[in-house]
Design a protein around this ligand. Structure first.
Ligand code: ATP
Length: 456
């Protein structure tokens, strides 16, 4: 692995930028917050929309073997019996009898003792930890007005099961034949024992999952294919390759359903952490649902009569971890004319705002012309208008949220209908005719891009 250069970024800086610029807020703050639960503000929403759009683009627009689904969050409770979640979806929990805190047994070294936060639980003579026991992470609620045993349902802990439940619909109505995939994005809920690291691990989050159904003999080959495709997605969107790795699970790490899984991991603050799992789930899920529902979940070739239960390859990523990764990877600090600047070197396709329009001064007809330019640009891309404060300060505000281009209207603009187009990364300023501006920005948006943090 190539040496990783010194980084100006830390998780603390990302947390503070996110709050300062309204990407992420602690949830229920006026009531003192609900630990590890977050709300996404304006720029956070725009960034997340762009992440989802790029995922859908890779799944749907660039291929013709995947279709989309949006299934219910609450599914029939037998779903979770069949999937194995009721029996197996648990983490090992330990209690400390001294401080009363609970910890995940396999995360003790990253946790803090309730009395001596500089130590890990179990490291002081006072710590008195129980044996680990299984803690099921599904959230329970009741369905309908009568609260009895039969009305217990679960908030889905993954989107995948909704896809298996609809497999038959897609064979029948979408007339699909393996290999084909079904993709969905949606909220999921896991009662994590220790939610931590900002939006990296929360109890409510969003997944982007795709189940790819294949003839059994082709599963290993498709697993390889999806590992390559998914790793390429992250780097195409600007994540630096020396901060990304693919790691195969050891046999004792594998989930109950998986015969092979590899994680795409990112290097946050010197620690490699999972961003996405790519699993070969075999025929476990379809067989389980067939057995529990009594329905046939298999593919039958009408021409040859061949029938089989497809195997499934699943890339599963999180929107929240993706957002954190793109922000962390893009964060940079430099100096312009002796002044420190914070800049998010986001891929332009991910940047919440693509272009800002700035009149140099608030007089001489510049704001009026700038408003016209803004009105035209906002029809094509997410744009902002800003006339408040010194021009340098206005550039800085946009650099900090990752806006790749700034259009400045000056006195010359009123004479010859040209503007300057400033680039966030190179700081280059080009003179562009107002009539060509929209086309030029769209051309730059679609041009190949790599992180300037990687050098020229
Ligand atoms: P971990 O080992 O970190 O708990 P996992 O292996 O249980 O994750 P998967 O079930 O494979 O995760 O879920 C797929 C993706 O969903 C993960 O790669 C991650 O991006 C995201 N994810 C999982 N748990 C959380 C969480 N608690 N908060 C935010 N994102 C999550």
């Amino acid at each position: 692995m190539p040496a990783v250069p010194h980084e100006p970024v830390t998780m603390d800086k990302i947390v503070s930028l996110c709050k300062r610029r309204g990407f992420v807020f602690p949830s229920s703050e006026i009531y003192g917050g609900l630990g590890s639960s977050y709300d996404y503000g304006h720029y956070g929403v725009l960034l997340r929309n762009n992440i989802r759009t790029e995922w859908w683009r890779a799944m749907l627009q660039e291929r013709d073997d995947i279709v989309a689904l949006d299934s219910a969050i609450i599914q029939h409770p037998r779903t979770w019996m069949a999937s194995g979640h009721l029996a197996n979806f648990s983490d090992p929990l330990v209690d400390c009898r001294t401080c009363g805190l609970r910890f995940r047994a396999d995360h003790l070294h990253q946790s803090q003792c309730g009395r001596k936060p500089s130590k890990a639980p179990g490291e002081t003579p006072d710590c008195d930890l129980t044996e680990a026991r299984d803690f099921n992470m599904m959230f329970e609620t009741t369905f309908g007005p009568v609260k009895d045993k039969g009305s217990t349902v679960y908030l889905r802990p993954e989107t995948a099961q909704g896809i298996f439940l609809n497999f038959r619909n897609y064979l029948q109505f979408a007339r699909r034949k393996p290999p084909f995939g079904i993709a969905q994005i949606g909220k999921v809920f896991r009662n994590e024992i220790t939610a931590r690291n900002f939006i990296f691990r929360t109890r409510e989050f969003e997944q982007m999952e795709m189940e790819f159904f294949v003839p059994p003999a082709e599963a290993a080959q498709w697993h390889e294919h999806w590992m390559e495709q998914r790793a390429a997605w992250w780097t195409r969107l600007g994540v630096r390759p020396d901060h990304l790795r693919l790691r195969a699970h050891d046999p004792d790490e594998l989930s109950h359903y998986s015969s092979a899984t590899s994680d795409i991991e990112y290097l946050f603050d010197d620690e490699w952490s999972e961003l996405e799992g790519i699993a070969n789930r075999g025929d476990f899920d379809l067989r389980q649902h067939a057995e529990h529902s009594g329905q046939k979940l298999e593919y039958v070739d009408s021409a040859t009569g061949e029938r089989y239960v497809p195997h499934v390859v699943e890339p599963a990523a999180g929107v929240d971890r993706a957002m954190l990764t793109f922000l962390y990877d893009a964060y940079d600090e430099d100096e312009i004319e002796g002044e420190k600047r914070t800049v998010l070197r986001l891929h332009p396709l991910l940047a919440p705002v693509k272009v800002v329009v700035l009149p140099l001064v608030r007089k001489d007809g510049q704001p009026e012309l700038a408003h016209d330019v803004y009105a035209e640009l906002r029809e094509r891309v997410q744009a902002e208008y800003d006339e408040g404060g010194a021009i340098g300060r206005r550039y800085r505000r946009q650099d900090e949220i990752g806006t790749p281009w700034a259009v400045t209207i000056d006195h010359r603009s009123l004479e010859d209908r040209t503007v300057t187009l400033r680039d966030r990364d190179s700081l280059g300023q080009d003179r562009v005719a107002i009539d060509d501006l929209g086309d030029e920005i769209e051309r730059r948006l679609r041009a190949p891009w790599h992180s300037p943090k990687l050098g020229p």
